[in-house]
Design a protein around this ligand. Sequence first.
Ligand code: PGA
Length: 260
Amino acid sequence: MRVVILEDAAAVSNRAADIFCHTLRKRPDCVLGLATGGTPLKTYQELARRYQNGEVSFSDATSFNLDEYVGLPAGHPQSYRQFMHEHLFSCTDFDASRCHLPDGSGNDLKGASEQYESAILAAGGIDLQLLGIGSDGHIAFNEPGSSLASRTRVKALTQQTRQDNARFFQSIDEVPRLSITVGIGTILDAKHILLLATGEKKASAVRAFVEGPVTSMLPASALQMHRHVTVLVDEAAAAWLSRADYYRQVEEVQSELEGS
Ligand code: PGA
């Protein structure tokens, strides 16, 4: 796991955008795994800015989002489809027909979950998977206790996650109780995983998943089992890391090796 400690959230988004652009340059028809929430917003703004400057194009890319609420009507302002449309798809040249999100609006959620897994496979798997992390250590909506081998399915949200997400709704009562989410096994199949964490509220979860044991009680810890994970954190989210000095040293050496 490559842990990169950066000054602030703006530096995290810039570096994340660099990694996206690098992936797209290497393979314009790559498959991107996308995330919602407060953390990736600045990265999407930066990608939209670079697109508008002619620095990057998404026209040949395919995307799969991590998760969606169950039961929100189509077009609901807090649905993740709406979020992606507003913050990324409509600001860039993504081809809407290749932008996928799990469908949490139908009656056959099991069928929709299986279809989603098949669609990812049919696209050739995910090249770059963007992740945030919940304050309880969840990735996508894989809450503590999720099987580390899980695939796309319906998952109940914890009270903590509903509380964390209540800021986007009028009240916590409006936050859905269920989601349809890719599994931890689905995430681990991605070729490169890029996790972003910013702000002091994430410091405890960051320390636990980077330096603690691998456990389903802290779903992000499963990333320790993956060969190619980049973790971008700002100083606040890195505050509880006991080996921060070492990660900084590694980064210096790595930057020299990469000639940056
Ligand atoms: P946030 O959510 O970016 O809004 O903090 C992250 C997550 O729950 O994965």
